[in-house]
Design a protein around this ligand. Structure first.
Ligand code: BG6
Length: 493
């Protein structure tokens, strides 16, 4: 049951970068869906801001196309759409020009001032600038919020500088640093799995768990985001935020309660416990790759360098694998293998928790080799949980064993639409609940771990290894895990 709309205060939602890819593909469709679920109180308005001239009527057409494209079959509702469209306004604002903010001030003016949520879907260099100019224009009241899209800077120093600048205007409890992975249903379910069930906790440690794998594989390439991606690469784009956040949820201690401080305190401790990977270890513990031309889904696709249109070659990685360790009492010695890449054979985000083998096998050889238990948490697509257990193959022929899954599919069990991550998170912003957002110290702790890896790569002078699009990354990725006598889930059978 959704909480009643009355719990969501009426608000004005102001999107800088309102005509960009993120706003059109994710943010506005998410707000449309919330309107469809009667979650937007009647006075709510939504302002899309960008530099180019555009009439609101044309903007509304673009947003409609985006909402139709995002809605799965039958979900688009014309009545809701006309209500939603009436909330939209496009404003031509140059975020870096203080004079431009008068346009926004005039548009926001109304007798009953609403709560304002400023969503900064721009390059991070503008985050501080926008906050300063909006503040100087008198647009920010004590209860207003700001939402910062990732990436928050490109290293620890730039991230701290942004946080300082934004923090000069918005206090920490009004700063929402978004990591949309935390809004995914299946990621939230990880917390339910661990902390609303008793059976796993006693097994959740180095005594029982052999290793953990976290894979976020995408079929897509960089899709017109080359300019951004060139400055980021997979390590900054996926590992520094999404993958480390998922790792935190797997590795954290039970928080005292499910609230913003307690949950984030425990995640922070995990980030602080990550064993540093220094320059001398990057060759052994990390692999970076870049896709060459290949075939994905039966279709030929170009190499990364061709996709972004560079002739001079580029050293940006589109694939990373890392053997990480959490150096604390619970996890010492348990490898966490992280892997993410673009142009992989399939789109899948999945966590595999591999338990240790049985201490002694009572069955004879004809039963077959034993295979250790494995818990697979599928974040997307087909969200669900599988617990692989050894079972007897039915029928005559004696005791023959095979590992088979106990299956929980969220779609089949709950038969309800799984909301997009941004739907939940945007409503949390206006409700003022930062539990699923990153606190400043978390972001900075993540950079502290990531930065030596970037430095090590730079110092080595080695370019990323190539892999053919449509494969699971460079062969060095299989070697990374094979060195420990293990294999990635798809190879392990
Ligand atoms: C974004 C990255 O944060 O996450 C993209 O910038 C990536 O490069 C995307 O494609 C993946 O998100 P999802 O929800 O499709 O797994």
């Amino acid at each position: 049951m959704l909480p009643p709309a009355s719990r969501v205060p009426p608000f004005d939602f102001i999107v800088f970068g309102g005509n960009g890819d993120l706003a059109l593909r994710k943010l506005l469709p998410a707000l449309y869906q919330r309107d469809r679920d009667e979650q937007l109180p009647p006075p709510c308005r939504i302002f899309g801001l960008a530099r180019s001239p555009l009439a609101t009527a044309d903007y509304v057409k673009r947003v409609e196309a985006a909402c139709r494209a995002a809605a799965s079959d039958g979900e688009f509702d014309a009545t809701v759409w006309s209500r939603f469209a009436a909330r939209l306004e496009y404003l031509q604002v140059d975020a870096s020009d203080p004079a431009s903010y008068s346009v926004l001030r005039d548009a926001l003016e109304r007798p009953d001032r609403l709560l304002r949520a400023f969503y900064l879907a721009t390059v991070p260099d503008l985050f501080g600038v926008i906050c300063r100019h909006a503040h100087a224009a008198g647009l920010i009241a004590a209860s207003d919020r700001v939402v910062l899209e990732k990436p928050l800077g490109h290293d620890l120093a730039s991230s701290a500088a942004i946080n300082d600048e934004v923090g000069g205007i918005f206090s920490e409890d009004r700063t929402f640093r978004i990591d949309h992975y935390l809004g995914k249903e299946a990621v939230q379910n990880l917390m339910a799995l661990r902390f609303a069930n008793r059976i796993f906790e006693r097994l959740w440690n180095a005594d029982e768990i052999d290793h953990v794998q976290i894979t976020v594989a995408e079929r897509l390439g960089v899709e017109g985001r080359g300019a951004y991606y060139e400055g980021a690469g997979a390590l900054r784009d996926m590992v520094q935020n999404h993958m480390l956040q998922v790792l935190c949820l797997i590795a954290m201690e039970p928080p005292l309660k499910f609230d913003a401080q307690a949950v984030r305190d425990e995640k922070l401790k995990v980030l602080q416990a990550l064993c540093p990977i220094g320059a001398e270890q990057v060759r052994k513990l990390t692999v970076r790759g870049q896709y060459a031309a290949g075939t994905v889904d039966g279709k030929a696709v170009p190499a990364y360098a061709d996709e972004i249109g560079t002739r001079d070659g580029t050293d940006t990685e589109t694939f990373v694998a890392i053997r990480a360790e959490v150096g604390n009492w619970r996890w010492a010695g348990v490898p966490f293998y992280l892997r993410t890449g673009k142009r992989m054979p399939t789109r899948v985000s999945e966590i595999t928790v591999q338990f240790r083998d049985v201490p002694h096998l009572i069955f004879d050889q004809q039963a077959g080799a034993s295979a250790a238990n494995r818990l697979v948490i599928r974040l997307q697509p087909d969200e669900g949980i599988q617990l692989f257990a050894m079972t007897k193959i039915p029928g005559p022929g004696g005791m023959r064993l095979r590992r088979a899954p106990l299956n929980l599919s969220f779609a089949e069990e709950f038969r309800t639409r799984s909301p997009e991550a941004y739907e939940r998170l945007l409503m949390d912003v206006v409700r003022g609940n930062p539990t699923l957002f990153m606190r400043r110290d978390e972001v900075e702790a993540a950079w502290r771990w990531i930065e030596p890896i970037m430095d090590g790569w730079r110092a080595s002078g080695e370019p990323p290894r190539t892999y053919a699009a449509g494969t699971w990354g460079p062969s060095a990725s299989a070697t990374l895990i094979a060195r420990d006598g293990r294999a990635w889930t798809e190879d392990a059978g």
